[in-house]
Design a protein around this ligand. Structure first.
Ligand SMILES: [Fe+2]
Length: 256
């Protein structure tokens, strides 16, 4: 702002200067999907590229010693993300996008584990456009996938928040590929210890509770926290985005 030197001391000018430097928070625009497409989770699941890339992602992660990230994980996360949005009363199209983002979120792992959320989001664009999805819907799904890793992800829309909680909830012994417990690393040990995991959504109490049954001879609760602390912090942020509190119950005891 250009202010004449002789006028700089006047009250009016001081007020103008103050107004020009004050930072005013600007609320984000509300999420509106507008007229949606008719692309369903079933159509996405049947896409040849989706089937091929998820299969490759699981195979290549297996080559470098990671736990299962294939059709089982994709299907489960899809189902849980849908369920979270459903129980919390989101509109039908948002729930469907949750299911789609959940199914596709780890597809980028076939390119590389590193930055798989970014590559996965990018690959998703062509596939969803191919199927006839609108730009807005594609944008919501890409943002959700691109933000699901704890290193640099943030819940930026309801689909992304539901995806984060769903993904991080899938800890289970069926994901461990190595059969010999002597060869387990801490990830295998913690996953192997979990006999049951369930994400309970209480819409009235506004809580998302991860209920785990852990075999403490295989891994103790501290092992679990060592691996999952950053994931749990992310789950808390995601739950807050959905106007809920995140809780963990392990072997019947509430820890968070
Ligand atoms: Fe995942």
């Amino acid at each position: 702002m250009n202010v004449p030197a002789d006028a700089a001391g006047s009250e009016e000018v001081q007020e103008l200067l103050r107004a020009s430097t004050e930072v005013k928070p600007i609320e984000p625009a509300p999420e509106t999907l507008g007229p949606g497409s008719e692309v369903t989770i079933e159509t996405v699941q049947n896409h040849e590229g989706v089937q091929t890339f998820i299969g490759l992602a699981d195979r290549y992660l297996g080559e470098i010693g990671y736990t299962e990230h294939g059709f089982r994980h994709a299907g489960l996360v899809s189902h849980i993300a849908f369920n979270v949005l459903n129980r919390l009363g989101y509109e039908d199209r948002m729930k469907e996008l949750g299911a789609i983002a959940g199914y596709l979120h780890d597809m980028g792992n076939f390119v590389s584990r590193s930055m798989h959320s970014q590559t996965g989001a990018t690959i998703t664009y062509d596939i969803l456009k191919d199927l006839g999805m609108t730009y807005t819907e594609i944008g919501v799904v890409m943002a959700a996938i691109g933000n699901h890793e704890e290193e640099f992800g943030h819940p930026v829309n309801p689909v992304g928040a539901a995806l984060i909680v769903a993904d991080k909830s899938d800890v289970h012994r069926s994901r461990v590929r190595i059969k010999d417990p002597a060869l387990f690393d801490i990830h295998d040990r913690v996953n192997h210890a979990v006999e049951r995991s369930f994400l309970r959504v209480d819409a009235e109490a506004r809580t998302l509770t991860l209920e785990l049954k852990i075999e403490t001879e295989v891994a103790d609760v501290m092992d679990y926290f060592e691996i999952f602390l950053s994931r749990m912090v992310m789950c808390r942020r995601a739950a807050e985005y959905l106007d809920c509190r995140f809780k963990i119950v392990i072997n019947g005891s509430q820890l968070l």
